[in-house]
Each structure stands twice: as structure tokens, then as C-alpha cells.
Design a protein around this ligand. Structure first.
Ligand SMILES: [Zn+2]
Ligand SMILES: [Zn+2]
Length: 176
């Protein structure tokens, strides 16, 4: 199985990234690397919405990552949107190379004003596994215990399971 490359995009929490990498290493046999990309996402910012256009960020990253083998998982602090939705937690290319996860709306502060580091980490890992799952060709799963269940809001992120169900896991090579 090819590697997974973690790319911070407007994301500066190194301790948090290390924790993510450690967790991915415990779940996948593939090499997990942290890489830096010279990616300027300002042109994807919508003044009207105060958010960044996730599909455009993925499109901008494609030419910069052509020679990098494996998957590219971008992690950002900024709020993301696609035109038909108020916001997205992330986006991925189905059976493709690129995925993007925003932690903006995974912070408990966003909802209650209270900071909860462990909850933020759990939510972030769920969304990372979810978007990576799409890159590995998985569609949404009807099983609420499965991380591939779709999440329209934060309650649904919290309700769903924190890893792939047995059926979804079978479709991913290289899971531990
Ligand atoms: Zn999805
Ligand atoms: Zn599933």
C-alpha cells in the first residue's frame, strides 16, 4: 500500500499533527509522512461567505503533488464550503489522491464556547478516516457505528463510530 502524506494548510498546531500521525500509524501499515506544500489558498476565499472553497483548494494542490506517491491529506484550521452547502467538514476525491479536512467546526468552542481537546482530536480522526475512506473508494455507509456514515452536523460526527465497519474495512488495503 502506498503512503499517506499529511499536508498542513493554514494549520500550525504541530503537537496536534504529531498526535494525528501517531494515530494513523497505529491504524495503517503504510508510511505516514508530514510534508510542506507551497500552497497559497487566498484565491479560494469567498468574501461573502467568510469561508474557503474546498474543491478549489484540492484543485490547487493537484499540480503541486503530482510527483508525490500515495495519498495527500490536507488539514486546515479554516472554515470550508462548497457552493451548494453552508459548510463542509471536509472533501475528498472518490478513489483519488486528495482529501481535505477542516477542524474549524470540530472545535467544541465553535458550539458551546468550551474548549475540549480530546473531543477535538476524536472528531478530527473521525473526519480524517472518513475522507481517507473516500480516497480509498468507499461511499457513505448506512451503519451508524461506521466512520463512513455521512455527517451533516457535529451531533452526527459525535454519534457515528470512530472507525470503519467490517464491510468498509475490507475495501481498504493495508489496515492494521
Ligand atoms: Zn463523505
Ligand atoms: Zn461501513
Amino acid at each position: 500500500m502506498t503512503g499517506i502524506n499529511i499536508v498542513p494548510v493554514k494549520f500550525y498546531k504541530n503537537t496536534f499533527l504529531k498526535k494525528i500521525i501517531k494515530e494513523l500509524n497505529s491504524r495503517f501499515h503504510s508510511d505516514i509522512s508530514l510534508i510542506a506544500l507551497d500552497l497559497d489558498v487566498e484565491e479560494t476565499y469567498s468574501e461573502d461567505r467568510g469561508q474557503f472553497f474546498s474543491s478549489q483548494i484540492i484543485a490547487l494542490s493537484a499540480p503541486l503533488t503530482q510527483t508525490i506517491p500515495g495519498k495527500v491529506l490536507m488539514i486546515t484550521e479554516v472554515d470550508l464550503f462548497v457552493p451548494v452547502l453552508t459548510f463542509v467538514f471536509g472533501e475528498a476525491q472518490l478513489n483519488g489522491k486528495h482529501s481535505l479536512v477542516s477542524v474549524c467546526r470540530l472545535h467544541e468552542e465553535f458550539y458551546s464556547g468550551i474548549s475540549e481537546d480530546e473531543l477535538l482530536f476524536q472528531r478530527t480522526m473521525k473526519e480524517i478516516f472518513h475522507e481517507l475512506g473516500h480516497c480509498f473508494g468507499l461511499l457513505h455507509c448506512i451503519d451508524w457505528d461506521c466512520v463512513m456514515h455521512s455527517s451533516q452536523g457535529i451531533e452526527e460526527v459525535d454519534i457515528k463510530g470512530n472507525f470503519y465497519c467490517k464491510i468498509c474495512a475490507r475495501s481498504i488495503d493495508g489496515l492494521k
